[in-house]
Design a protein around this ligand. Structure first.
Ligand code: MRU
Length: 372
């Protein structure tokens, strides 16, 4: 029997029989493929906080399923009794991580649907929330595929591509964002050479990206974070593809710590840098990168995690931001599911969101027609 590969597992899913959020425990990879079934809100919060499920889109899907599961458990006879409990559960999940806007985006979307259906029976409302969570999940697959197609149009067979952190299958439902052009290219015989930054301090590049791309049969070379200049100077890299946790209205982009270093080096060597961003990651309420809250994490991630013995003197001060902001002038294009945005990003995003709204109108028209 063929051994199951990472592609056969779902990063994040809902088990309707067990009423559980099912995730791959990413803290165990690449050694162990362990699935977690989570039903309690505290466990779902912890899974997001501890990065058992991580990557902006995957966190959004997990939160949507999480709030649906929370709503199921609410005992209330009236909307007035139900909604405050729903809001409390929503705020709790939202507090798990601050930078990836997909978390609050998905929860707000579930909240809107909940309020729009306040006059429905409890059972009907729960069914609607279930379907919305499933739609957020399914949408992620379509969005990533579309990003992959746009991304693929920017490169050619045989190219060397560099990526940082994990914006792959493990950060989404299926294709990933930054890896989507790589997977689609592989299906079409592009023979890319992929350089993967190990991504200190939590090694998402080494543990997750190198793992999933290699399992999928791509040509992967792992490098330490301080080697990107060496590979770019050698002209081995034709384009950089990265994901993002929040994009500000001016195109400044928060992504895994170290992304801005890669972008600065790439500019020096004239390598284009593409940020792959579902529109759910674009926060037009944040005017610039300075308005994005950056998660700070514990010193131990830098000083002792992964080492047999502590690798820094006791008591040394540590700065450990989880993300950094890449200034928009270092970015060659922001690839969304509705096309590639270019500077000036304010204008470009307006066009992208106009396309998204037009598509939603057509879709609701199709739906109305099919209902009528
Ligand atoms: O701290 P993480 O592992 O959640 O950080 C993830 C990233 O920075 C990803 O690049 C980003 O979320 C985009 S995932 C498609």
């Amino acid at each position: 029997m063929k051994k199951k590969s990472i592609m056969d597992y779902e990063t994040v899913a809902l088990d309707d029989d067990k009423h559980a959020l099912v995730i791959i425990d990413q803290t165990k990879l690449p050694y162990k493929m362990e699935m977690l079934e989570l039903t309690r809100q505290k466990d779902i919060w912890n899974a997001i906080y501890l990065l058992q499920v991580r990557g902006a889109p995957a966190i959004g899907v997990a939160a949507a399923i999480g709030i649906y599961l929370a709503a199921r458990e609410i005992k209330a006879d009236t909307w007035e009794e139900f909604y405050p409990q729903f809001t409390k559960a929503k705020e709790y999940l939202d507090s798990a991580r601050p930078t990836a806007v997909n978390l609050s985006w998905a929860l707000n979307r579930m909240d809107e649907v909940c309020r729009a259906n306040r006059d429905k029976s409890h059972d009907e409302l729960i069914r609607i929330l279930h379907d919305e969570a499933a739609e957020i999940r399914d949408e992620d697959v379509r969005v990533c595929k579309s990003i992959g197609e746009y991304g693929l149009s920017l490169v050619k067979p045989g190219d060397g591509l560099l990526t940082h952190c994990n914006a792959g299958k493990l950060a989404t439902v299926k294709y990933g964002t930054a890896t989507a052009p790589m997977y689609l290219g592989q299906e079409r015989g592009y023979n890319f050479r992929i350089y993967v930054d190990e991504t200190r301090p939590l090694l998402q590049g080494a543990r997750l990206t190198a793992f999933e791309l290699q399992e999928s049969g791509l040509d992967v070379t792992l490098i330490c974070d301080n080697m990107s200049a060496a590979v770019m100077k050698n002209r081995w890299v034709n384009a950089v593809f990265v994901g993002c946790d929040r994009v500000a209205a001016n195109g400044d982009t928060a992504n895994k710590i170290g992304t801005s270093v890669v972008a600065a080096v790439a500019k020096r060597y004239h390598v284009p840098v593409y940020v792959c961003a579902p529109t759910s990651t674009i926060d037009r309420n944040a005017p610039t990168g300075a308005d994005i809250q950056i998660e700070q994490r514990s010193a131990e991630e830098v000083t002792e995690m992964w080492y047999k013995e502590r690798m820094a003197p006791e008591g040394v001060k540590v700065f450990n931001p989880c993300f950094d902001v890449t200034d928009h002038d270092l970015i060659s294009g922001i690839i969304t599911e509705y096309g590639i945005a270019r500077a000036p990003y304010e204008t470009s995003f307006q066009e992208i969101f106009a396309k998204k709204e037009a598509a939603a109108v057509i879709q609701s028209g199709d739906f109305a027609a099919s209902e009528g």
